[in-house]
Design a protein around this ligand. Structure first.
Ligand code: 5GP
Length: 212
């Protein structure tokens, strides 16, 4: 019996290195699939439609909401971001662990809808390191950086809602740690429904056989 994959939410401060971490995880292990979100924000330099995001208009995004085509969506810094439903459901039923790289409002909605989901919060070791990484990225204006730091401060209030904190200092170590967390979480009974059902049925079979 095929166990469903784990729905993994990865959140963290903008600039925490989530993107690099997830990319490395996907390259290293083949049990993971990445959900590509839909957004109304403008593409940054080098970002491609259908790879980094599905870039769309507010109108199209709202149509998608109305069609129930998104598992969750949220507004972040004035733009819509949402998770398309079909891909996630298909990959989970194939047994793939699906990663949603989303912010906290979305993460909380996912936990409510899917109690068996796994919520991970990625953070650099210190706030100073976060600021350094945001500046070093060189793709954002001072104003956007200030907005993202303010948002990080707000988001730090929600960390307790997550199942695990993953400190992204050394990338390789962090990828391994993340994978180990997922492996261990996959052994929790809430994520072993198929196994439990099967062994219970088999045991019932033995009980009937031994009753005469
Ligand atoms: P960015 O503009 O830096 O790519 O993303 C801004 C924030 O939106 C990040 O925290 C990112 O994780 C989050 N985000 C990306 N896609 C989604 C989504 O589908 N749903 C939600 N709720 N947040 C998302």
């Amino acid at each position: 019996m095929q166990e469903k994959g784990i729905l993994i939410v990865i959140s963290g401060f903008s600039g925490a290195g989530k993107g690099t971490l997830v990319k490395k995880l996907l390259e290293t292990y083949d049990k993971y699939a990445l959900s590509i979100s839909m957004t109304t924000r403008q593409p940054r330099a080098g970002e491609k439609d259908g790879i980094h995001y599905f870039f769309t208009s507010r109108e199209k995004f709202e149509e998608e909401i109305a069609k129930n085509g998104l598992i969750e969506y949220a507004q972040y810094c004035g733009n819509y971001y949402g998770t398309p439903r079909a891909y996630v459901e298909e990959q989970l039923s194939r047994g793939q662990n699906v990663i949603l790289e989303i912010e906290i409002q979305g993460a909380l909605k996912i936990k409510k809808l899917f109690p068996e989901s796994l919520l991970l919060f990625v953070t650099p070791p210190t706030a100073a390191e976060l600021e350094r990484r945001l500046k070093g990225r060189g793709t954002e204006t001072e104003e956007v950086i200030a907005k993202r730091l303010a948002r990080a401060s707000e988001e730090s209030e929600g960390i307790e809602a997550y199942d695990y904190i993953v400190v992204n200092d050394d990338l390789e170590t962090c990828v391994e740690e993340l994978h180990h967390i997922v492996e261990a979480a996959g052994r929790a009974p809430i994520r072993r429904q198929a196994f439990i059902k099967e062994i219970r049925e088999e045991l019932k079979g033995f009980v009937k056989g031994g009753q005469n």
